[in-house]
Design a protein around this ligand. Structure first.
Ligand SMILES: Nc1ncnc2c1ncn2[C@@H]1O[C@H](COP(=O)(O)OP(=O)(O)OP(=O)(O)O)[C@@H](O)[C@H]1O
Ligand SMILES: [Mg+2]
Length: 373
């Protein structure tokens, strides 16, 4: 898949910007605070429908304006697609695909596939399990529409079930009602676990080799799926359900005391190790970054297997901590994948990509200039 053109209006610090992207490599250079991440973010918003930052939707619109537009022209499976997003302060955004307005903006997920790596993604390793679940959730949602639906349902189920646990003794009927919520929890929860297990096994399949190449075979990455039901790999759906039911049966007293659901995919984690040591505690900055890069590059392969085309790769200022060997492996690896890289210093990058098909752009105060020579 290729993003051919991007037009943004009143988006963050861009008043009006338009870029014709190269189908291979695109390098955006600019000083701090000029709009590099904003540009990446606009593509991400056109893909997932919301920002990866903490901001509210209003904050995507330029401080001094009320409305903003993102237009993306892409080619996917030989079809030309235009994605248009209209943002207006304090109103719901609208999304148009080839001029047709979507009823639900969430329907846009999966049209423009992307894999993004920003400095913020370091939290996949450093952060709490919530961050790793988020990472896995966003990835699976891009390729499996049903997964997002299951997640929303599961969230509602745990919320309702928790309310019931908290008020269990207030009503004698709750004894019967809880078993209905238990069924929901186990059935939907098990579906989610199966999706995650498959996805993490796929990640493993690609990420370990990629990481080994990235580190010149010096380091060994390992990733594993943690569920508080125990190791469920190789188990069938019914076997997982059985364990799930047993767990809630045996821990029901505890759940009542705490007033919350203790077992299920809302407690999942992803364990990431390098040379058998957990990354979170032992890996250096560059090693952590390499591990995440390997996960992201694996994600690209999984999306390709699923949709038949590579997604767009967005690398926002994440190469600076990689040594030149790792950078050069990355550059070779991304051949054939449309990639957008932002950086404050492109010296190394330009040497490494000297003979590449690429475009260079300069971003300054929300203005973009093509500086390809
Ligand atoms: N809604 C908005 N309206 C106008 N400007 C905004 C808005 N939101 C953010 N900005 C400004 O956009 C500028 C550029 O931000 P951005 O994060 O894209 O910089 P950057 O080029 O990625 O910098 P760095 O190299 O430090 O990561 C910031 O100075 C910020 O104040
Ligand atoms: Mg930035």
């Amino acid at each position: 898949m290729v993003v051919n053109r991007l037009r943004i209006k009143n988006y963050r610090n861009f008043i009006e910007a338009e870029v014709e992207l190269n189908k291979s490599l695109n390098i955006f250079i600019g000083d701090n605070g000029q709009g590099k991440t904003n540009l990446m973010e606009s593509i991400y918003v056109a893909s997932i429908g919301r920002t990866f930052r903490l901001n509210s939707e209003n904050e995507l619109i330029n401080f001094f304006e009320n409305k903003s537009t993102i237009e993306i022209y892409l080619t996917k499976n030989n079809y030309d697609i235009k994605i248009e997003i209209n943002l207006e302060k304090n109103k719901k955004k609208t999304v148009l695909i080839n001029g047709v307005k979507l009823d639900k903006t969430s329907e846009m997920i999966g049209i423009l596939n992307n894999v993004i790596f920003t400095p913020d993604d370091m939290k996949i390793i450093k952060g709490s399990p919530i961050e790793r679940r988020k990472f896995v959730n966003i990835d699976i949602s891009q390729i499996k529409p049903k997964y997002k639906y299951l997640l929303n349902k599961y969230k509602k189920v745990t919320t309702e079930r928790n309310i019931l646990l908290k008020n269990y003794y207030t009503n004698s009927e709750n004894k019967d009602i809880i078993s209905i919520w238990n069924d929901y929890l186990v059935n939907i929860g098990t579906e989610i676990i199966l999706y995650r297990n498959e996805y993490i096994n796929n990640l493993k399949k690609y990420a370990i080799d990629i990481h080994s190449n990235l580190t010149g075979n010096k380091e060994k990455l390992n990733i594993s799926y943690y569920t508080n039901l125990g190791n469920i790999d190789n188990l069938k759906k019914d076997e997982i359900k059985k364990i799930f039911y047993e767990k809630i049966k045996n821990n029901f007293k505890n759940e009542l005391e705490r007033g919350s659901s203790m077992f299920g995919p809302h407690k999942d984690d992803l364990i990431i190790k390098i040379n058998d040591k957990e990354c979170k505690y032992f890996a250096s900055q560059g090693q952590q970054r390499s591990a995440i890069l390997a996960l992201k590059l694996a994600e690209i392969e999984i999306i390709k297997d699923e949709i038949g085309e590579y997604p767009v790769l967005l690398l926002d200022d994440v190469l600076s901590e990689l040594d030149n060997k790792r950078k050069s492996y990355l550059i070779e690896h991304i051949e054939g994948i449309q990639t957008i890289i932002t950086t404050t210093d492109d010296t190394d990058l330009n040497i490494l990509t000297e003979n590449f098909d690429k475009k260079n752009f300069y971003i300054n105060q929300g203005k973009i200039r093509n500086i390809t020579n």
